[in-house]
Design a binder for this molecule. Structure first.
Ligand code: HEM
Ligand code: HEM
Length: 198
């Protein structure tokens, strides 16, 4: 059983140390919303991209939210490194503590690697129409690989991007299940650390 988050479980920590701060919460929930939209558009647009088209509205939205997540994640990692997150409750089983730490680390890694991969995919063919960021700016293009390797790079990176997208979907499912378990079964207050206003 996971211990409730109280002064006993947390040691002598102040109230501010028991919750994520406003910046961390905002970055978490905006990213969460964007990731859900990215996964939905990613899965919906798969048939559209079979011919290699990257100019459809769906792809534009997918890439725009994805690119935004990349920027938000860079900022978020910077914030995370300079702002200590609240400590996990003292009575939480070691396996769960490690599970949470590994899952959170994996999230940050995927939130960087997946959008970078997507960015490579839309950059790799120099004569392809540029992808717009929400229709207001062009996504900058990464330098293309040598012409004889473009097709191979595009295919390999697109495969990896898609596969890691599914890994992200699986991780989100586990993460949400764990969050809901804390909120409704354990009722140990852990969910509220990330929920504004309480
Ligand atoms: C959909 C994409 C999501 C991603 C990528 C994501 C990612 C993360 C990450 C990286 C952390 C760790 C924060 C840190 O300590 O640095 C975290 C914490 C948390 N997330 Fe999410 N999350 C997502 C969605 C959700 C959803 C939908 C819920 C609720 C149903 C949720 C509930 C929580 C809670 C309660 C914590 C705090 C855990 C703790 O106190 O240790 N997340 N999330
Ligand atoms: C967190 C960020 C992202 C996630 C989770 C994600 C996820 C996905 C998923 C699940 C698919 C469908 C894969 C399949 O069914 O085979 C996909 C496809 C795609 N994504 Fe992303 N994506 C992200 C960011 C981006 C970004 C930033 C771009 C472009 C700048 C992008 C461009 C593409 C393209 C072009 C495809 C189609 C690839 C193909 O031809 O197979 N994605 N993505």
């Amino acid at each position: 059983m996971t211990a409730a988050i109280d002064d006993k479980g947390m040691g002598a920590l102040g109230a501010a140390d028991r919750r994520y701060n406003g910046v961390a919460m905002t970055l978490h929930w905006v990213t969460a919303l964007f990731v859900l939209l990215i996964l939905a558009t990613g899965l919906a647009m798969t048939p559209l991209t079979e011919g290699g088209r990257t100019t459809d509205t769906l792809v534009m939205l997918h890439a725009s939210f994805g690119f935004s997540v990349l920027i938000l994640t860079v900022l978020r990692i910077g914030w995370r490194l300079t702002n200590r997150p609240p400590k996990l409750p003292g009575g939480m089983p070691a396996a769960e503590r490690w599970g949470a730490k590994i899952a959170h680390f994996l999230f940050y890694a995927l939130l960087i690697v997946i959008p970078l991969g997507g960015w490579v995919v839309v950059s790799v063919t120099p004569d392809q129409a540029p992808v717009q960021w929400f229709g207001v700016a062009e996504l900058p293009r990464l330098p293309p690989p040598p012409p004889d390797q473009q097709k191979l790079v595009a295919e390999r990176v697109a495969d990896l991007h898609g596969t890691l997208g599914y890994v992200m979907l699986a991780l989100v499912t586990i993460h949400v299940a764990a969050a809901l378990r804390h909120a409704f079964i354990l009722k140990d207050g852990l969910f509220n650390r990330m929920w504004p206003g309480r």
